[in-house]
Write a protein that binds this ligand. Sequence first.
Ligand code: IVH
Length: 688
Amino acid sequence: MVATDINKRAEELRRRINHHNYLYYVMDQPEISDAEYDRLFTELKRLEDEHPGLMTPDSPTRRVGAEPLAAFVQVRHPQPMFSLANARNEQELEDWRRRIGKLLGDAGFDPAQTAYVTEPKIDGLAISLVYEEGRLARGATRGNGEIGEDVTANLRTIRSIPLALRLKRGEAPPAVVEVRGEVYLPLAAFAKLNERRAAAGKSTFANPRNAAAGSVRQLDPQLAARRPLNIWCYQVGYNEGLDFASHWEALKWLKEHGLRVNPLVKRHSNFAKVVEECNAWEARRAGLDYDIDGAVVKVDSTELQRVLGIVGRDPRWAVAYKFAPSTAITHLLKINVNVGRTGALNPYAVMEPVMVGGVTISQATLHNEDDIHRKDIREGDWVVVQRAGDVIPQVVGPVVQKRTGRETPYKMPESCPSCGSRTVRPEGEVVVRCPNKSCPSQIVESIKHFVSRGAMDIDGVGEKLVESLFKLGLIKNMADLYFLKPEDLVGLELSSSLNKQGKKVPHRLQRRSVDKMFAALAASRDRPFSRVLFALGIRHVGSINARLLAGRFHDVDALMAASRDEIASVEGIGPIIAEAVREYLEEPHNLETIRRLRSAGLRFRLAGGEAAGGKLAGKTFVLTGSLESLTRSEAREKIEALGGKVSGSVGKGTDYVIAGEKPGSKLSKAQELGKEIISENEFLKLIG
Ligand code: IVH
């Protein structure tokens, strides 16, 4: 390609990647597969690597890569970042409306004509993004409202923050615009992060806000990039060249220019609706994947905002309707343990029931022994508990001032609460385990894992049913599920309760539930090999490792025949996982489970198209001429097993053309398009 063509292509790729980033991260509506996205990204990266002169500062390849900083530079905000006055209940919200109504009335406006906007009050970290000529020039924390810290390199790693504003064809960007928003860590990511930190023996974050703040105020952008931070934008700050008649218009402008605005933000012309919506936010709270601590009400009109002005640090035109706090203090009665499917003893707190963020809780996770000791949590302590949305409640720490001296420091049990076996804590690990492979708790948990969503996804068999079937002796392992007979189940008494007269009412399994269960079991026979491998519950083999193993060994026989070293040599696997796999496969009862699952018709070999994470993932091959050691369909099988695709014709999307004896016109087409042409031997080498 000539220089101008290369430049054009790079521009085109950047435009397309930015567009797909926007659809994926901002709109949550991806239009292309991850593999297609990766292809665009890899092509751009290659062009830029080969022609460094092409690089632009807002290229999507430049999100991560900045070097660690020695310290943050302080920056003055172009306009101070204010805070919000609080309203703690409906009465205080109503008081606010009356106060501003009077001020507006005195200034000659009709208060009844005021429109309002309601938004979630995100519990994260406030930041300011400055775009100059449409390009992200600087990102800073709020700091003290006047002066914050320059955290541009870290904010650039957040995929939903555009490095350049989305502009319409021919649209000129404003010379300067400051966008304000709240950076947060999604709750699921927060829970995972804490689990990982606890497992590594590191201290856990008390809440998602601290985790987000810790990630943004991180001197090494590479570390920040590993946290899946996100943002909701809620305000246009300082700007040159924009003029909004209302907040609503400003939010619309933000959305149109690629910034992420919460889709549930609403405009109301009636204050009763505002109150209703604030309560709706409180009801929504538990189901969100981000933490909110209230709803924000803003006067919509820019003119009325100006009239109302600011007192101290709080604008009069906005108010935060705060929810019940998501922390509370209660009495920790006892620390119990659950035994997980890998035998890990998971401690949790049993507490006097307490209302936290509108929900009553009586249990909270405690991660592991070291975490309990680091926080110095004792049985009998008064503790601070915290709930963030859907995440399991956590014990933040003890209220030391309330100690009486009767609290007892915690020790993990020396015998398994389920089977009584002596527990062990392997050197260098933070987890205490039950070593007994036939421990009932471990078996029940492993069956629950087997039927769960990410594994075999048998939705007709829930956790409760697994527990009941196990207790009744109808299943002793996961394979037994496939050998149940409907007639043994219909009418089965699972549990009972007492009616108003104190009479026992049995709950029996209905025909309909049994039919649903068998339909779900039948459907699960089609799950791909990698899912089956994951569902077995081999230690350290999560869904990604299962895909890697399936992609390399293709079927369970090859995996069983593989040595520890062979397994360890799979990219991404390594010796610890390999050891766990070998250990699992050496256990006679596991082999028996596999044999029975196989006879039940589950997939223990790779089917076409599987192994999305395989070596040839995203690569498209075209075959031409006859091959020597392979038939065409064998070649196709091998390519597909490694995640690649085979296409019938050479085109733009072709990555490799395999040329055998007497190739056809596809070869000349490939030469014309400058595609990579390889021989059969080179292909065999490529797939190892
Ligand atoms: S508006 C009037 N809108 O709450 C300008 N702030 O207590 C003040 N916050 O520092 C900001 N969600 O960090 C606004 N939808 C939202 C918000 C929000 C969260 C935070 C922000 C601010 C703090 C004030």
